[in-house]
Design a protein around this ligand. Structure first.
Ligand code: SAH
Ligand code: MG
Length: 213
């Protein structure tokens, strides 16, 4: 790990939050939960932006969703997960923490669950599911994002491969990395959004929907 990242992770008492009890399970089972500094960044954005209605695509074990809910008791998070093992783990975890009552799990493939949230309006959408599908999720769900709302996308630098695709050997990974590259360019050029791409951990994009759009 990068020296500076390591220093900052060690610096902060925030990383002894009670939800950190979920991190060992995720690590042992290769569940790709969000990295600590990216999480801190998003929680700070929630405070600055005063986001109250958040949509998450990719729940996994409910770790990031509960962390977002922990910022403020007025926050509600709707979160979509397609994998049955993850759904089960998420339900158990949501039942074990008070923040769990602010989190609404939607079980299904995010490409097919639009109707579960179509009557809602969101202040923030966090896209953290299948990386090749980020653009699909963006196009499907951003009609529900209010003007001035944020879209945050995790893993936009995917394992340092997005900036250096030549080192990728696996054909499948290469395909996925190409899709991320295309998505980043598409998002950067999107006329309705101003986007900031950050080189923290696995890369984070923060897009804001224009007030006039
Ligand atoms: N946001 C979580 C980590 C999510 S990992 C955290 O930081 O704590 C990505 C998850 O997205 C996996 O659990 C995977 O099953 C789920 N996923 C991938 N594609 C999906 C899709 N099309 N619809 C719903 N969930 C999906
Ligand atoms: Mg992620």
């Amino acid at each position: 790990m990068d020296k500076n990242e390591n220093y900052l992770i060690n610096l902060s008492q925030k990383h002894s939050h009670e939800l950190e009890a979920l991190r060992p399970y995720a690590e042992e089972n290769n569940v790709p939960i969000i990295h600590p500094l990216s999480l801190d960044m998003i929680k700070q954005l929630i405070r600055i932006h005063q986001s109250r209605h958040i949509l998450e695509i990719g729940t996994a074990i409910g770790y990031s969703a509960m962390h977002f809910a922990s910022v403020n008791e007025d926050i509600n998070v709707w979160t979509i997960e397609r994998d049955e093992t993850m759904q089960k783990a998420a339900k158990e975890n949501l039942a074990n923490y008070t923040y769990g009552s602010q989190v609404h799990l939607i079980e299904g493939d995010a490409r097919e669950t639009f109707e579960a949230v179509e009557d809602l309006s969101f202040d923030m959408i966090f896209i953290d599911a299948a990386k090749a599908q980020s653009q699909k999720f963006f196009e499907l769900y951003t009609p529900l994002l209010r003007k001035g709302g944020l879209v945050i996308v995790d893993n936009i630098l995917y394992h340092d491969f997005v900036a250096d695709i030549e080192v990728v050997r696996s054909r499948n990974v290469k395909q996925m990395v190409k899709k991320i590259q295309k998505f980043n360019t598409w998002l950067n050029d999107h006329p309705d959004y101003e986007t900031n791409f950050l080189d923290i951990e696995d890369g984070l994009a923060i897009a804001i929907k224009g007030e006039s759009k």
